[in-house]
Structure formats: C-alpha cells, structure tokens
Write a protein that binds this ligand. Sequence first.
Ligand code: PLP
Length: 383
Amino acid sequence: MRKIYFDHSATTPVDPQVVEAMVSFMSEKFGNASSIHSFGREAKVALEDARESIADFCGAHANEIYFTSGGTEADNMAILGVARQLGEQEKHIITSKIEHHAVLHTCEYLEKQGFDVTYLKPDKFGEIHADKIAEAIRDDTILITIMHANNEVGTINSIENIGEIAREQGVLFHIDAVQTFGKLPINLSNLNVDLLSMSGHKIYGPKGVGALYVRKGVKLQQIAFGGAHERNKRPGTENVPGIIGLAKAVEVCKNSMAEEEKRIGNLRDLLFQKLIKKIPQVYLNGHPDHRLAGLLNLSFQSIEGEALLLSLDLKGVAGSSGSACTSGSVDSSHVLSAMGVKPELAQSSIRFSLGRNNTIEDVEYTAEILPEIVERLRQMSPL
Ligand code: PLP
C-alpha cells in the first residue's frame, strides 16, 4: 500500500545527510566533550563548530546558543529562567491561549507559584496581535512569551511588531520558534527577540535535541543542576551526535529553505483546491495567507476528526487531529477553541502538514481517496 506522511508538524524523518554527519560521533568520535584528552577535545571542537554554524544561520553569536534536549526544555529554561531571575517582586507574564503545552503548562505551574499570567486570545485566524500585547503590559510584566507560528493551524505571528513593543516597554520577549526555525528566515541581529526556542526533529534532524538562544546580557536562573556544561546554564553531558545532527539539519534547511517553502506551499494549496472542489462543507482553520507553507488544517462538517484520521490511515495517509478522545468524550483542540471555532467544527478538524518528501502524487492520491471517505463517514454520522 502507498504510504503518505502528512504529519511533519509532529516530527520529520531524519535527512540522510544528517544521519551521515551523526554516525561517526556515535562510533569512533564518541568522546565526552568535557574530557581534556584528545577524544574529548575532538567532540568539543565539533560541538563548538555546531554552535557557531547554528548561530550563524540566525544572526546570533555562538555564545548566545545553549543546547537542550529539545523545544520543551528550551521553553522551560526560558520561562522558568526569567521568572526566577526577575520574579521576586514583579510577577506578571504575558502569553497566549494557543501556545504549545511546553509553554502553557510552564505558565500554569508558575501561577501556582504566585505569578500572574495573562493568556491572550488570538483572532479568528489564530494570530496574536501586537496591540493586544501592548494593552496587556503592566508595570510588573517581566516576560512576553509568544509562539512564532502555531503548530496546529500554522498562523505566523508578527514577531517584528511584538518585539518592538516589548523593547519599547523594556519587557523580555521569548519566542517559541519550534515550528519556524529552519523554515522561515530569522535574523536575530535585527529582531527584538531576547530568547528563542528551537528543536531538531521538526527540521529533519534528530529527536531529543534543540537549543535556546539567549541574547547577550539577558540573565536566566538555571533550572537544573549537576554540572558546568553549557556555560553553567544547562547541566548534563552534551548530546554530541544529536547536536552535530541538529547543526547539519539547519545547514540543509538553509541551503534549500526558499525553494522548499515555495514547493511545499504550492503542494499544500493544490491539495486544498482539490479538496474544496470535491467535498462540500470543508472549512480552513488558520490564516488564509499568513501561515506556514506546509500547513493545512481543515474542518469537515459532521464528521469526527479522529474517525477521518483512522480511515485515512487505513488507506496509508498519515495526518493528525487536534482533538483527542479522553474517557469517552472528545476534547477539542485548545487552539481551535481559542480561535472561536465552534466545538462541532473543532472536533471535525484534521491537520495535514506537508514536508520535504511529499510529491504531487501524494496530493493527488489523497485528493482521490478523501471525498469517498468523507461521504461514507457523513452517511454514518449521527451529527
Ligand atoms: N513548541 C511547539 C510550537 C511545538 O510544536 C513543539 C512540538 O510539537 C514543541 C514546542 C516541543 O518541542 P520538542 O518536541 O522538541 O520538545
């Protein structure tokens, strides 16, 4: 059976060039980067080269990049690090209702520790506007943490505008760029961003590795203890093969970013055009233009997203649904709910996220099988 992967926002296959770059760091060049002998020095040199090349890609300095175990840890390090550094008296943080749980759950934890968190509502397209942030800033605001692009609907926020407001008001600005780093150009030398989280496995790199950018001069309390690694900010033996893979993944993205985004965007648009032509009552979730190239989040009236996903999977097509079935009831996506999508449409949504290995044949096959599946499920639907 044909197998089609349309779930690149969840994770991506590791690029063969990345695998090749990593392999020797798991075998002959296995040294611990903290050791002073030649094995260690070899690992350390490679680690610092990787740091340099990632920094170079985003207009940062190498000493502003701290390697982590991925986007979740980078988000935690940024938010908890700032909260503990500055939160003695001033305890207000601004975020949005549509962040990833790596941000939301960290903010919820801080609320239990006495912090006050404003969760901004996005507009109906999933965008967080800078003027809403300006209105929410208070004298005791210490951090604004907003995602660059949303992982469920793909809407891209204007980090330029938000950054300007943050800088004017003297508030630190963190962006969760897990879905954009390596896909959209980011030049930190002319953006008012103080902290940025990124992750390897969304960009054809390995899982379990990522990085936090911390602008020079921004102070963070460390959140874990046990060693002086990563200049005392993130203890633990560095994942050298992972970091080498991360740097290679970024390099591969850099060399093909502009053409790839165009190609994937065209495939995504073709899929959308074909589906709306053949299937009635299909609705796009997310911004019609200002969104990630690979992302197509659709609601199919009168169908459970999970049922549609399972039927697609049986035909070899892997997508994902924002809703999750827990204890017999279906929980809608927190993102779609915050955007004001009606619960029945939120529950009928599925996300196709296209990527590097997808072809026009994948789009045609999916557009061929989906109308029949939708019709069959609608006939059976009590909705
Ligand atoms: N932030 C966003 C927007 C994400 O999409 C994800 C992963 O889905 C994360 C954070 C977490 O990243 P990681 O899987 O590397 O921990």
